[in-house]
Unconditional design. Sequence first.
Length: 442
Amino acid sequence: MSPPASAVNRRLRVFDDGAAVFDPVTWQTHLLSPDGLALLDELDGIAAEGARGPAAMIAQLLRDDASGAGQAAPPVPDLIPRLQGLAELAWHRRVRAPGQGQASRRPSRPDPGPAPAFRPVGDPAAPGGAAPNAGPRRTLGAEDAAHRLQGDGLVLDLGAMRVRVRSPLAELPEPLARVYRALPPPEEPGFVDCEVELLPTAGPRRVWRPGVRFLADGTEPFEPMPAGLALPQLEWGLNWVFAHLFTRHWLLHAGTLDWHGAGLLLVAAPGSGKSTLTAALSLAGARLLSDEFGVLRLSDRRLLPITKPVALKNAAIALIARRSPQAVLGPVFHKTHKGDVAHLAVPAEAAARRHESVAPAVVVFPTWRAGARAELTEVRPARAIAEFAANSFNYGVLGEAGFEAACALAADAGCWRLTFGELDDALALLEPLCRARGQRRV
């Protein structure tokens, strides 16, 4: 029995540069050229007619071609292996889809139910929503941070996540207060998503190899870092917590900003210059949401803030300090596993608006190359989906919901590839693009 046509259509998205297909058995996304899409269409029809497996489907397709009128088609290299992959995909989609008599190889994703009717205070999607933290702005000082860290805990409300941090380490309060100064603890601590502790190493190791341990809800996910690296350990640990606890959202590896009302995603692998560009944009007037996560809420496909300091590495530290004297930077930590690291403090506006979501309007795949001329080239939707899958923390976990979100983002937002050698040149290209897309959204 074949699945309903609506289910099949939901797993196939056709764009002008090809198609993206979700396989419900393997939970993989396949990208097809227009020719490949035409072949898949034929194989789909053969599967629907009752063919017994991929091999029979291929045989039927070749028989149909041989019996057709007209001259013979030119030979296609590796024709059978190519057809084999398409036939298996069509067979899975049409005949072996979950719920049609064959069990999926992965557990089905629980139905999250209808989207909640409420919206966070200050979310622009809520009519009449007021910005949070109205009135005089409080700040976090080193003395207050130390008192809370060593007492009941310091609650950090990061927007999409709340954590309570405890630590007896004397090295942590001052740098933490410097980079989180604009993000004071809430008046009422309330619910937190995770309890975090930073502790010194115990036992003999505390003497001969002192270090900093990170615990999340009592679990220690990775090895201690050397003593003196408490803030980097906290920042990397919080990234781990978010990536593992918040898989109900689609998490992209991306710098995320709001510029002129346009949600801007800088989607890239490490080493691309993403964090440096994110820092420069936040210092040029864009609202920072995150330098690490593009958090897409599946219920309404809006971007959520995870407001943390921007992690700068190696040469980027001096570059940002030199071009933006107003930038507030934490101390430089040398010889970490990522080299020298420093953190750009959370901007005041980003902290004040950390509960405001924004609709994604511009997607950029940036690559820094020394001496390169800044250039923007459009990326078509099918290719963009491949980039999303490669730069996502949980695309495979979300299954069909992730596929639908990726297709919608590729279709609705403009996608570009950015090559740049100088930050000012990159900003000069991105500013009018975001302004135009933001006005179009309004």
